[in-house]
Design a protein around this ligand. Structure first.
Ligand SMILES: Cc1cc2nc3c(=O)[nH]c(=O)nc-3n(C[C@H](O)[C@H](O)[C@H](O)COP(=O)(O)OP(=O)(O)OC[C@H]3O[C@@H](n4cnc5c(N)ncnc54)[C@H](O)[C@@H]3O)c2cc1C
Length: 309
């Protein structure tokens, strides 16, 4: 196969780099080309010059993806480095009842929660429980314990595939449960979040509660991808828990190759050490089939599966 012809950049382009180390599952093949832009101008110039037929995929910290074993064709973009992770808090008047936080798409959600707590901004505590980046949160409408990105986002901006900067209000984002309308269409750069004023101590205390709750209920130190399936909603509006359905179908602890359904949380899959992406995705399909057979309910993947098998 001939090497992909790519525009000249100031950042880094790595050919055939394994993506496994950049994901929580630690599995998957290489990127045909992995681009780490130097800055926003480098990225927008690259996108402008890149032929439209070359696919572009963005990776955050890979906490919600399975990269398939055959790797990802085209260009994978990673926003690695401090310039993508800037967080600004102190620009609203302290007397204002509302306060804003601006965060780069490469900032970890947990760092945004910490910065908000330090500045006495309440409402973003739930970000302490999500191990991804702001770019991932905008794509997934990430959330936990009753709050989600759509509740606190004011606006976000990023580049479209042709390198044009575009800005969207929260209403434009088409957020539904673990979904946004722009999935794969915009490369997010920054977002502005809105919170309420509170004391840093009170915000920190609520964050600590969330962290402790997660420690007790999720296998957060494993090679995993978080919740595998979305919680299904039936036609009559009834909401079901994916983990309960998996558990009742007898799949807790079930194994395929090096992949296993977590004993701690039945909606989490784990790479026990030597799993392939095919093991993990195949295990997920086994679980879906078991739940369908037991309950007649179709589970939909929350984890993104990217690349070729
Ligand atoms: C232990 C564990 C616990 C978790 N708990 C939760 C939870 O409670 N709630 C929850 O919602 N999620 C949870 N997750 C899932 C995950 O952390 C979130 O979905 C997170 O938002 C993904 O962010 P990421 O940076 O890892 O994105 P990735 O996994 O790298 O990518 C996810 C998607 O976002 C896109 N993306 C990432 N960055 C950008 C960008 N800058 N521009 C455009 N697209 C981008 C990718 O293309 C991909 O489609 C958990 C995961 C783990 C491993």
């Amino acid at each position: 196969m001939s090497e992909l012809a790519l525009p000249t950049v100031r950042g880094q382009i790595l050919r055939g780099e394994s993506l496994a180390p950049f994901t929580w599952f630690r599995v998957g093949g290489p990127a045909e080309a992995l681009f780490i832009p130097a800055d926003e101008d480098d990225l927008s110039e690259f996108l402008r010059a890149l032929p439209q037929e070359i696919p572009v995929t963005v990776l955050g910290v890979g906490s919600n993806v399975i990269v398939r074993d055959g790797g990802v064709p085209g260009v994978v973009i990673r926003l690695a480095g401090r310039q993508w992770a800037q967080i600004v808090t102190d620009f609203d008047s302290v007397d204002a009842p509302e306060a804003r936080v601006i965060a780069g798409a490469g900032a970890l959600d947990s760092m945004v929660a910490k910065a908000a707590a330090k500045a006495g901004v309440a409402g973003l505590e739930f970000f302490a429980g999500i191990p991804g980046t702001i770019g991932g949160a905008l794509t997934m409408n990430a959330g936990c314990y009753g709050a989600e990105t759509k509740d606190v986002l004011e606006a976000a901006w990023g580049f479209d595939r042709s390198g044009e900067m575009r800005t969207f209000s929260v209403e434009d984002m088409g957020f539904t449960y673990r979904h946004s309308a722009f999935d794969g269409e915009i490369i997010w750069m920054q977002a502005v979040f809105k919170g309420r004023r509170d004391t840093p101590e009170a915000v920190q205390a609520r964050m600590n509660e969330i962290t402790a709750r997660r420690e007790g209920s999720q296998p957060i130190r494993e090679k995993t991808g978080g919740s595998t399936f979305k919680n299904p909603e039936l036609e009559n509006g009834e909401k079901l828990s994916a983990w309960k359905l998996v558990d009742e179908a007898g799949m807790r602890g079930y194994k395929r190759g090096g992949a296993q359904v977590s004993e701690k949380h039945a909606n989490f899959l784990i790479n026990t050490g030597d799993a392939t992406a095919a093991d993990i995705e195949g295990l997920g399909e086994d679980v879906r089939a078991a739940v369908k057979a037991k309950h007649g309910v179709e589970l939909n993947w929350e984890i993104k599966r990217i690349g070729r098998a």
